[in-house]
Design a protein around this ligand. Sequence first.
Ligand code: CO8
Length: 373
Amino acid sequence: MTKVVISGTGLFKPSQTITNAELVESFNAYVELQNAKFADQIAAGEREPLAPSSVEFIERASGIKQRYVMDKSGVLDPHRMFPRLAPRADDELSLMAEIAVHASRQAMEQAGKQGKDIDGVICAASNMQRGYPAMAVEIQQALGAGGYGFDMNVACSSATFGIEQAVNAIRAGTARCVLVINPEITSGHQEWRDRDCHFIFGDACTAVIVERADTATSNDQWEVLGTKLATQFSNAIRNNFGYMNRCEDTDPNARDKTFRQEGRKVFKEVVPMAAAHIEAHLKDLSLQPVDVRRFWLHQANLSMNQLVIKKLVGGEVTPDIAPLILDEFANTSSAGSVIAFHVHHGDLNRGALGVICSFGAGYSIGSVVVRKL
Ligand code: CO8
């Protein structure tokens, strides 16, 4: 079987950040405005007042301390509560493609690749900026890449699912070097007005070069020993935004047209699924969880990741075994586990075994087992 490696990764992070204190201040200003607006209905018992948020709750429940965003002022404006992004003409590079190009160039440089060396571009993310043409085709052109490009969406698991498509294409001989990119402008579809989830997401983009080992020249190569994907339908994380909205005559700004979830349910259901999935994948490869030097997990919740690791290897869960980037980035959907890998793999020695694993809406779980060459 053709040996496949990850030979470069890249990361784009926006220049603007929002701390929990800034987020809570603006959210609470929004709450006051809403409660004043509906004061009569609240007094008459016809409507529940909105409750304020708190920094303490956010840090305790999630481990998140700040997030990067493409536009801070729109999100923090209590009269708006979502980013303000300038529209671009059809002949300008779109915003999602722009951040994808940033992350991709970094990954390509690390892998020693130029556009002409790439013959497949997969744009794998939770949301696409437009219906068509595919984002990946625009990115392919901007990078001068050859071959083909396509978009795919498996929410938080888009990156690992994309990596498996890249590995399969290379093994099947239909591509030699594939770029998998995860541009996640989550701030555009996050519900910043909902106390239960207003703190969860941040923006970022990651890129991964996947190629045949015999063409790789990078001094930082990770052999892909195997990939394993699984899905199981659930409504616990859902967003009904879509191209049918107009035809249904539904309100495009209704609550169900942005991110919503039953966080507790997700926590309870996904932790055992993720741990069992990783264990089964390692077993398929005649490996055990204790053989793994590092787990780069999906970054949604600190306790969630700690529980997954505890189920797998027991004992104390240190950042050395399962590094966290959630405190700085929040949940960046599919980019999260790749950011963890990108930032926290340089210290590992030849032969080290690692698992990149994502989990999220769908439900969907994807794992990639890698070994440092
Ligand atoms: N401030 C203060 N108090 C609050 C707040 C707040 N902001 N929010 C809730 N509370 C209160 C609640 O009212 C509740 O009070 P009471 O006990 O009196 O009822 C109490 O705090 C506890 O609330 P919860 O039970 O909701 O709190 P949890 O401890 O469960 O924590 C979390 C909530 C952090 C959401 C947690 O459940 C969690 O992280 N769950 C896992 C979530 C997860 O992994 N989701 C994956 C989604 S990501 C994904 O798949 C990608 C989707 C596509 C991307 C979309 C981008 C926009």
